[in-house]
Write a protein that binds this ligand. Structure first.
Ligand code: 9L3
Ligand code: MG
Length: 129
């Protein structure tokens, strides 16, 4: 669908996967939930699975939705789901780096402004609050 971006909050053993963007220049170095634009005719779910294969080389299992629609600065909206890794080990195929953030480390990276509020929502879901 037009203007929809999907992102994955991938959790493993209580740790959250953060990915450092390589581009565009204005976002380079910022940390995000991996994901990307939904293609025309593609479901959100299929786009999320596809993006995690392309960007990380892993097959994910999609879980609960994290909040509703998170605004992006370019008029797009971001939809985020919790996810776990079904197979593979994530590699930064399109990012500068990946980091697993343990409990208490969720704010140790410079999240993109759009993604930052989502981190709190992820924490809330994990803590059951
Ligand atoms: N974006 C922001 N936060 C995210 C993701 C996956 C994407 N967690 C923004 C960055 C780009 C746009 O959405 O401006 C499209 O993302 P991509 O297809 O370049 O990854
Ligand atoms: Mg992307």
């Amino acid at each position: 669908m037009d203007h929809i971006v999907v992102g994955a909050a991938i959790i493993e053993n209580g740790r959250l996967l953060a990915a450092q963007r390589a581009d565009p220049p204005e976002l380079k170095g910022g940390w995000e939930f991996p994901g990307g634009k939904v293609d025309p005719g593609e479901s959100d779910h299929d786009a999320l699975v596809r993006e995690c294969v392309e960007e990380l080389g892993v097959k994910i299992a999609v879980g609960r939705r994290v909040g509703g629609e998170w605004p992006l600065s370019n008029g797009y909206i971001l939809r985020v789901w919790l996810a776990t890794i079904a197979s593979g080990v994530p590699e930064p195929l399109e990012h500068l780096a990946l980091r697993w953030l343990g409990p208490g480390e969720f704010y140790d990276v410079a999240w993109l402004p759009a993604d930052l509020p989502i981190v709190g929502a992820v924490e809330g879901l994990l803590n059951g609050s």
